[in-house]
Design a protein around this ligand. Sequence first.
Ligand code: FES
Length: 157
Amino acid sequence: MISDNAKKQIDSWIAKYPQGKQSSAVMEALKVVQAENNNQLNHDLIQAVADYLDMPGIAAAEVATFYENYNHKPVGKHIIRFCHNISCMLTGADDLISHLETKLGVKTGEVTKDGLISVKKVECLGACVGAPMFQIGDQYYENLTTDKVDEIVDGLK
Ligand code: FES
């Protein structure tokens, strides 16, 4: 269930922790396995990660369901993680999210018909000074306006 390539990547994370503490690599292991499975996790994959790390399945499931990084239903090629926490909310995130939903024809949590984009509302991403902001992949986009949102989204392929 976990590919040799994924095991190799997970092993490199395990090596960063003291012997016997391989479960500390659970977040990265889940990320690696998710990336190889259409950016999505399910019960069997989470259990496979737990087994590989020799930890209880429930402990891996707790991590996989607590953090926004993990997807449990289909997502788009690009996931827009829109912060709607206090600083972003006070600087217009809700209006921008509504604008984005209208532009894409989806609600948060849904995927565009072409499978290109999905939108998630997330809690503070630690970039409050650049509020309102969202994240796509590893990139943060800050001080968003409707024009900036349009420009960024129109550039996604
Ligand atoms: S509240 Fe949005 S990044 Fe902190």
